[in-house]
Design a protein around this ligand. Structure first.
Ligand SMILES: [Cu+2]
Length: 118
């Protein structure tokens, strides 16, 4: 009757489910300070003119056009110069330092997004 005993044994499965849920909750709280913001590059423009985020957040620049874009940031606190980004591509940029940043695309000089990092 080993089977019968096993079926009444410790509920490992439930424990595992609870542990996974706990780990997910913990990860969620640790990741609290870092969130993601999506910005679209479309019609040779960013879909936003300004964006305010928290320090450590990541902005995902989605190329929603049918031609290439790029992401270029040149400030004292933070410099970033991406490769050319194909249609459908996403460029993630983490802003680690507080400040005010002009985000540009060197292919289309009129594109400008001002990112404020608190
Ligand atoms: Cu562009």
């Amino acid at each position: 009757m080993t089977r019968g005993i096993l079926s009444f044994s410790f509920p490992w499965r439930e424990l595992l489910v609870a542990a996974v849920a706990f780990a997910a909750a913990l990860t969620g709280s640790l990741a609290f300070a870092k969130s993601f913001h999506d910005v679209s590059q479309k019609g040779r423009a960013f879909n936003l003119k300004e964006l305010t985020i928290e320090r450590g957040d990541t902005v995902r620049f989605n190329n929603d056009d049918e031609f290439i874009h790029q992401i270029f940031i040149d400030s004292r606190a933070f410099k970033f110069d991406s490769a050319e980004s194909d249609p459908g591509n996403v460029i993630p940029v983490e802003f680690a330092a507080a400040g005010l940043y002009d985000v540009k695309c060197h292919i289309h000089p009129k594109m400008l997004l001002i990112v404020t990092v608190k």
